[in-house]
Write a protein that binds this ligand. Structure first.
Ligand code: MRU
Length: 369
């Protein structure tokens, strides 16, 4: 037998799926994450303490994916609150809000970042009569609950998603809405993992997802590590595999869903959705209710993050692959029109068009439970 590659050896020792995407080390007051920029070659765990370290980790996509960003923000703001040295509530609140606004500025599109931070601030505001020390304890409990909820929510999305496909189906996914983007199961990958446990034998196609290669580096890695039948394709190959009849459904995640069902997700998602419509393949957006923003009316109101030109011109290449000085446009997300979406799979069921009504019904169901 030939010599095993470093990656093979590492996978035998401990699988990527055995690591927590985001964890809290309360004793050492550290946020512990897998550095996703190093995957799949190296599984590196990094520990973050300061506001700047946490902000950078989110901005640089060391921790990424809407739900994982929310969980990291919850633990992050708790750790920063722990560092505030005062017993006076107003001073504590002012300092807390400063740190919260700073973390919130790391990335604009995924609503989970502000959602988690606002949820943490509500804990502070609600318990303003209690000693600061107790409030900090409550913040920890809330951050842990955000993470536990994420696991339950992804599993529920997986169950609803699984009802939309049948054993042996071909599934296409874009970017990484997998375990690495959440605490467990992922959103778009949750039906795939649950199906895997139940012998569905899906054939999954993962778009490589230019320019940051989340599909190649993360989705292909985690699905392969879990024993899922996964085939990596370039972003411009989705029409080809759909034309051949290999794809029965597209499952993608999202960073923000507007009240009318328009959905912001990783750049290229709307191309996949338009192509899928042409070939009659249903597109399902897997969306925890934490990613649905009923205060944003349509996709046109979603702030789309633009990232540095180098991600397109030189990152991942041995040498620069574009002429010096060329103009580059690098939006990190695009908006998929609600008309291209066959269903929005939430933890409270599947919303269908017309989304203005069905998403409201989903939130009513959430309020009742
Ligand atoms: O820029 P990224 O890697 O954070 O973008 C991630 C995505 O677009 C995911 O599809 C989305 O956040 C959903 S993750 C469950």
């Amino acid at each position: 037998m030939g010599k095993k590659s470093d990656t093979e050896v590492k996978m035998q020792e401990k699988n990527i799926m055995d690591y927590d995407t985001v964890a809290l080390d309360d004793e050492r007051s550290e946020l512990v994450i897998i550095d996703q920029t190093k995957l799949p070659g190296n599984i590196e765990i990094i520990r973050l303490k300061s506001a700047e370290e946490i902000w950078n980790a989110i901005y640089l996509l060391q921790v990424r994916g809407a739900p994982a960003i929310g969980v990291a923000a919850g633990f992050g703001i708790y750790l920063l609150a722990k560092q505030i040295k005062t017993e006076d509530f107003d001073t504590f609140l002012a300092e807390f809000q400063k740190k919260k606004d700073y973390l919130n500025s790391a990335r604009p599109t995924a609503v989970n970042l502000s959602w988690a931070l606002n949820r943490m601030e509500q804990v502070v505001q609600k318990h303003r009569e209690r000693p600061v020390k107790e409030i900090v304890g409550l913040l920890k409990a809330e951050a842990v609950e955000i993470q536990n909820e994420d696991i339950r929510v992804c599993k529920a999305i997986g169950e609803y998603g699984l009802s939309l496909v049948k054993p042996g189906d071909g599934i296409l996914t874009h970017c990484n809405a997998g375990q690495l983007a959440t605490s467990k199961y992922g959103t778009a990958t949750a039906p795939i993992y649950l199906g895997q446990e139940r012998g569905y034998h899906f054939r999954v196609f993962a778009d490589e997802t230019r320019p940051l290669l989340q599909g190649a580096r993360l989705t292909a890695f985690e699905l392969q590590s879990s024993g899922v039948d996964v085939t990596l394709i370039c972003d411009n190959m989705s029409a080809s595999v759909m034309q051949k009849g290999w794809i029965n459904a597209v499952f993608v995640g999202c960073d923000r869903v507007a009240a009318n069902g328009d959905t912001a997700n990783k750049i290229g998602t709307s191309v996949v959705a338009a192509v899928a419509k042409h070939y009659g393949v249903p597109v399902y957006v897997c969306a925890p209710t934490s990613t649905i923003d009923m205060d944003t009316q349509t996709g046109a109101d979603i702030h789309i993050e633009e990232r540095p030109a180098e991600e397109v011109t030189e990152m991942w290449y041995k040498e620069r692959m574009a002429p010096q000085g060329v103009k580059v446009y690098n939006p990190a997300f695009d908006v998929t029109d609600h008309e291209l979406i066959a269903g929005i799979v939430t933890e409270y069921g599947i919303a269908r068009a017309p989304y203005k009504e069905s998403l409201k019904t989903i939130f009513e169901k959430k309020r009742r439970q």
